[in-house]
Write a protein that binds this ligand. Structure first.
Ligand code: GLU
Length: 469
């Protein structure tokens, strides 16, 4: 048996859609497990969308999810625009063999005829007119009678009545090839054995299968993977949803978490957890196990996956992975005095609290700025006389206690008891004074690092602020 050849065929759009990433991963998993090839073909025939940086963006996005152009299983990128002559030649072959014919109707005329007859689509007007090629004439495929049965690895047999398929256009009036033809000819040229793609292409499949057959080849194995939908069960789209893979990358999602999550959209590994390493995915993934029904692209679940992946990292790795976001924060805060040792001390505590790497700076920023950025909503929560009393009593206790996280904890307990509060409650005003917010990073350790003087200064500053509001 020859080794299988898979492919993805993205059209450049300026970003890589998460659905496209899932399709790429399905193809990749099979190519790797079966010792096959993963072909990248960029369908760049839309002139307006043909930008070199977008092509690089596709390659970078794939690399981020582990599909590296340096891997021996990776082939390409090929560019559809380089094969225009082959697409046209295939059209001419179909014409010569009688599988296609020219038609001189404009699209307006086609519409008028359809309106007049009350039947949708093109009516086969030029089927038997024997027109030769000429300017403005489109080449149409002569759809045979009968039905077309598509064997789909996900959906089983899908039968299309050919009567519902119009004689579709292969070459436009200016001679340029249409998507359906170009896509098939490229797959043939690239000896693709498996076409695994989004469900929205299923209606194209009977037409493409007819083209394969008319061009004298057996069609590839088809598989149409389920749609990704949002909370309202609507297909996720750029307009409504966050669909760009790059955005998740920039927000500090880990590629491993993203890959694992995307794989579970329509498929599940064996066993009772969906959180599994790539090696398991590669060995277990089967198209036959992919579901038909739309898959909910659940941001909460993705966040949960990411949190789990973050917590599974060795702390040094987590600390290093946060660096791009920390660097961004430093650039935006020239007044800050960065202390790498403090960050290293806090990293393990931050690691247990964040969902994305991008959240890391906000967990520690107050350690490096001269004063915390006081969040007004948080300040508003600690303006009661009791809060003021807690701040005063805490300042008194901190003035003389030993300076360690443990000793600070004990001091808090004493203040809490004196005010009839739970320790957590008693910490709230001090937390705002020290960090600027009511929720967030580990307080005691932060206080230890910042040192007694700064803490007392911050408590004073908050008391003043409360007094004047
Ligand atoms: N260029 C098409 C797309 O981006 C590819 C269709 C296919 O995979 O065959 O949707």
């Amino acid at each position: 048996m020859t080794a299988p050849r898979f492919r993805i065929a993205p059209s450049p759009t300026g970003f890589f859609h998460v659905g496209g990433a899932r399709t790429a991963l399905y193809n990749w998993a099979l190519a790797k497990r079966l010792g096959g090839t993963f072909v990248l073909r960029i369908e760049d025939t839309d002139e307006e969308r043909n930008r070199p940086e977008w092509n690089q963006g596709i390659i970078d996005a794939l690399a981020w999810i582990g599909i590296s152009a340096d891997d021996p299983a990776f082939e390409g990128p090929y560019f559809q625009s380089h094969y225009a002559a082959e697409h046209v030649a295939a059209g001419v072959r179909l014409f010569d063999a009688g599988h296609a014919y020219y038609c001189d109707l404009t699209s307006e005329q086609v519409q008028e005829r359809s309106k007049a007859s009350g039947k949708p689509g093109y009516d086969g007007h030029s089927r038997d007119r024997g027109l030769e090629p000429g300017p403005g004439r489109v080449l149409r495929f002569r759809v045979p009678d009968g039905s077309t049965v598509v064997h789909d690895a996900v959906r089983g047999e899908v039968t299309f009545d050919n009567a519902t398929i119009e004689d579709f256009v292969l070459l436009r009036g200016n001679g340029s090839p249409m998507f359906l033809l170009a896509n098939v000819v490229d797959d043939m040229l690239m000896r693709i054995s498996h076409v695994i793609r989004a469900e929205e292409h299923l209606p194209n499949t009977p037409k493409q299968q007819m083209l394969w057959e008319a061009l004298g080849h057996a069609a590839p194995e088809w598989a149409h993977v389920p749609l990704l939908v949002n909370e309202q069960r609507k297909k996720i789209s750029k307009r409504r949803d966050k669909v760009a893979l790059e955005q998740y990358r920039d927000e500090g999602y880990l590629p491993g978490a993203m890959v694992n999550y995307l794989m579970t959209l329509g498929w599940a590994p064996k066993g009772d957890t969906e959180i599994v390493p790539w090696a398991t995915i590669e060995s277990e993934f089967r198209l036959e196990d992919v579901t038909h029904s739309p898959a909910f692209f659940d941001l909460k679940k993705l966040a949960a996956f990411n949190g789990e992946y973050i917590r599974a990292m060795p702390v040094e790795e987590f600390s290093a992975a946060c660096e791009p976001w920390l660097a961004q924060w430093r650039d935006a805060h020239p007044e800050a005095v960065w202390n790498q040792e403090w960050w290293t001390t806090m990293a393990a505590l931050v690691q247990t609290r964040v969902v994305t790497l991008a959240e890391a700076p906000a967990m520690v920023d107050f350690l490096f700025t001269p004063a915390p950025e006081l969040d007004p909503a948080s300040v508003a929560k600690v303006t009661s006389p009791q809060a003021e009393s807690v701040l005063r009593a805490s300042a008194e206790a901190f003035a003389s206690c030993a300076w360690s996280a443990d000793a600070i904890k004990v001091a808090f307990e004493v203040v809490a008891e004196a005010h009839g509060l739970k320790p957590g409650k008693a910490q709230a005003p001090v937390r705002v004074a020290v960090t600027g917010r009511t929720v967030g990073p580990p307080l005691l350790e932060s206080m230890e690092l910042l040192g007694r003087d700064r803490i007392l200064g911050r408590i004073d500053a908050l008391r003043e602020r409360i007094a004047v509001t």
